[in-house]
Ligand binder design. Structure first.
Ligand code: ADP
Ligand code: SF4
Length: 679
């Protein structure tokens, strides 16, 4: 198909200093939990982005020196020449597809951990990092400043040798030394690097100038700057110092990559922010510089992108998450396949990879991080190897993705769903407060399945064992999901909670299915992801008094990994939800509960007319149990072991990929083995 001419503007080349991007799609730096530990995986992932049409593809943070070690996080490294081949693999892969490769050089100042190098961290002033390591940084003296400038320059030269086209001077989040120099909050210096804004800008200016001098003949020098920290007068704001910094440095870099800080603001989830939410902060930058401006905003709509360019907000459409969810987003717009875009749902499961120090996974894109180790491509799947007919039971994320991918391979597939709508938990949960964008998991897959003539879909078709046997499929896939457990067993309780069979006990399934409850309501959250928080919001919005009890120290504690925890806690507190941390639920009575302190076992009573137990789920495996002795059936997703939506999508995809393929009796993916040193 040919593209819609309205989108032509997105495919204009953009000159960035000495290099030219072939279009306006710019994959900004993003971490991925792989970095220098998984160089082949990272290179293949970036290559896929270039293949998918991103004109610029950047690395994540790249440490410039062994004293800038941010372990245990797996970012990139250019400590010395021995790191060059790793990154050359990435730049070669990006160049293969005609794109430019960018590197985000970083020195994190007092946030540097040096856990691996065991060097003493240094920062703009005497400071302590935010990661709770009991280690402080000392205030850099002039010779330290000269050293860091030299290391940055040497890293830039190595970056050029590694083949990079764009080299960053990075002041994007709270995690970079130039940002610490800029910020009154951190910079307590009394020399020419502290005090006035002119002085605080000095170090950043020097880093940009050094980089230009070192590599600016052939490489573009980009800056990444957070123009607003969302801290009001305590931080940099777009109205005052953010604006003044851009004014002071306007024509110095070859490109402005502008955003907001900290990372949780920059990568805000869809539960808390809309597409394009950064415009109100970064919108002023273009009026102050003639250099191209890049910004992000979880952009997935080509109309929104065109609007950004036409209204003079951005020159290039920056994306991290949209490029993860759909590495072929630009290609699809270019070729008129806008309906095929797999839109990011803004859940930040991808971010959790970096925070749990494990390879990135994406809810929408099950091939993310698997490009090299399993050879999975987001848009290509091998053709079927037999004429088998497959029955998929259940249309949640696992069943839908399995059906879509089997359908893509050319198999005859029948999808049977008990309910009257497709989507399973995604359809239901997307109706909960703030989770509407999660419906995209269903929308993308249903959109694709609807175009397939080899796939039949039946709604309102609850299958039992007799139906399945009668159907006579060659393969049966059970993606029948899971239900929330009613007896309170979970992490904190290996035994059922006494009183769990009372009539006033509910699960999230009841609440999602529309059951109303009588207040006051106690929500016992032993799940620790999003469900406790959203159910609390929902019940509170119906006017009930709500108490959220959790054995953890804070609500939704796992969402630290998705950068949402503080926002969730704030929202619940602002809604008047009472939060009771570090308490287990010991017993349920008709009008109250007994809570037990997780440290002292001290029991306290709390009044409640309804109790919602959010602890763990049990697979809906009734159908499996009635079939397993007679038929070869495979359970996938929550029907096997409940987990995230990302896990369910992955399970569906993996089943489809592996059907009729030879079984592997070893490790089913390639590994990046560390090299043995001399002994
Ligand atoms: P997952 O996350 O693993 O995809 P979900 O819970 O989202 O699981 O989806 C499971 C889907 O399976 C639900 O929509 C449910 O209605 C459907 N389902 C469960 N049992 C049957 C059955 N026996 N026949 C048809 N559909 C079923
Ligand atoms: Fe978007 Fe979620 Fe995928 Fe991240 S994991 S790219 S937020 S869909």
């Amino acid at each position: 198909m040919s593209r819609d001419s309205r989108y032509d503007i997105l495919f204009e080349p953009v000159k960035i200093g000495p290099v030219t991007a072939r279009n306006r799609f710019y994959q900004v730096p993003h971490c991925n939990g792989m970095g220098h530990l998984h160089p082949s995986s990272t290179a293949a992932m970036r290559r896929t982005k270039a293949e998918g049409g991103w004109a610029v593809v950047c690395t994540e943070e790249c440490e410039i020196h062994f004293k800038s070690d941010v372990s245990p996080h797996a970012e990139e490294r250019l400590w010395d020449d021995s790191d060059i081949p790793h990154l050359k693999r990435m730049t070669d892969a990006v160049h293969e597809h005609g794109s430019l490769a960018g590197v985000e050089l970083v020195f994190q100042g007092h946030e540097t951990t040096n856990l691996y190098s065991r060097e003493v961290p240094m920062g703009v002033s005497d400071l302590i990092g935010s990661a709770y390591h009991p280690v402080q940084a000392y205030a850099m003296d002039k010779s330290d400043i000269r050293d860091v400038r030299r290391w940055h320059r040497e890293a830039a030269i190595r970056a050029k040798q590694a083949g990079f086209d764009i080299v960053y001077a990075y002041a994007g989040h709270n995690l970079s030394l130039p940002m610490h120099f800029l910020s009154r909050r951190f910079n307590e210096r009394t020399d020419e690097y502290g005090g006035s804004l002119e002085n605080r800008v000095r170090f950043f200016r020097e880093i940009i100038e050094d980089t230009k001098e070192a590599v600016g003949d052939t490489c573009a020098v980009a800056v990444r700057l957070a123009v607003d920290e969302l801290l009001g007068a305590d931080g940099i704001t777009a109205q005052e110092e953010g604006r003044e910094i851009v004014e002071m440095l306007a024509e110095l870099p070859d490109l402005w990559d502008v955003n907001i800080s900290d990372w949780s603001n920059d990568s805000e989830t869809s539960r808390f922010g809309e597409e394009g939410a950064q415009e109100k902060y970064v919108g002023f930058v273009k009026s102050l510089t003639t250099k191209p401006v890049v910004g992000v905003g979880r952009f997935t709509s080509p109309d929104a992108m065109v609007s950004q360019v036409k209204r003079g907000v951005l020159d290039m459409i920056g994306a991290a998450r949209p490029s993860i969810a759909d590495p072929f987003l630009p290609y699809k717009i270019e070729h008129g396949n806008v309906d095929d875009i797999r839109e990011c749902i803004g859940c930040n499961i991808c971010v959790s990879g970096d925070n749990t120090i494990s390879p990135i996974r994406c809810t929408q894109n099950p091939t993310m991080g698997e490009e090299w180790r399993r050879g999975w491509h987001p848009e290509i799947i091998p053709e079927k190897k037999s004429n088998s007919r497959i029955l998929v039971v259940g249309s949640g994320p696992a069943g839908l993705e399995c059906t879509r991918s089997l359908g893509n391979r050319g198999y005859e597939v029948v999808l049977a769903e008990a309910g009257t709508e497709l989507g399973g938990r995604v359809a239901r949960e997307s109706r909960l407060p703030g989770l509407a964008a999660w419906g995209r998991v269903r929308d993308y897959r249903v959109g694709q399945i609807n175009t397939m003539t080899n796939v039949e879909v039946y709604l309102d078709s609850k299958l039992d064992a007799a139906h399945v046997k009668e159907f006579g499929a060659d393969h049966v896939v059970l993606a029948t999901g899971a239900s929330w457990r009613r007896n309170g067993m979970g992490r904190a309780n290996c035994k059922a909670i006494p009183g769990n069979d009372s009539a006033n006990v509910y699960t999230p399934d009841d609440i999602i299915n529309g059951v109303d409850v009588k207040g006051p309501v106690i929500i016992f959250d032993d799940d620790h992801f999003y469900m406790g928080g959203v159910i609390a919001e929902l019940i509170r919005s119906r006017g009930h008094e709500v108490l959220l009890v959790t054995p953890a120290a804070d609500v939704s504690t796992w969402t630290h990994h998705t950068l949402e925890q503080a926002r969730i806690q704030k929202r619940l507190m602002q809604m008047g939800i009472d939060i009771v941390p570090t308490q287990n639920l010991a017993a349920i009575h008709s009008d109250h509960v007994d809570l037990k302190c997780v440290y002292t076992d001290r029991i306290t009573k709390r009044e409640a007319n309804s109790i919602v137990l959010i602890t763990m789920r049990l697979p809906n495996d009734e159908l499996y149990r009635s079939l397993m002795d007679n038929l070869p059936v495979t359970r996938i997703g929550d029907a096997l072991a409940p987990a995230t939506i990302a896990h369910a999508v992955y399970a569906g995809h993996r089943y489809a990929r592996e059907l009729d393929e030879p079984e592997c009796d070893g490790v089913p993916f390639k590994r990046e083995l560390a090299m043995l040193g001399e002994f």
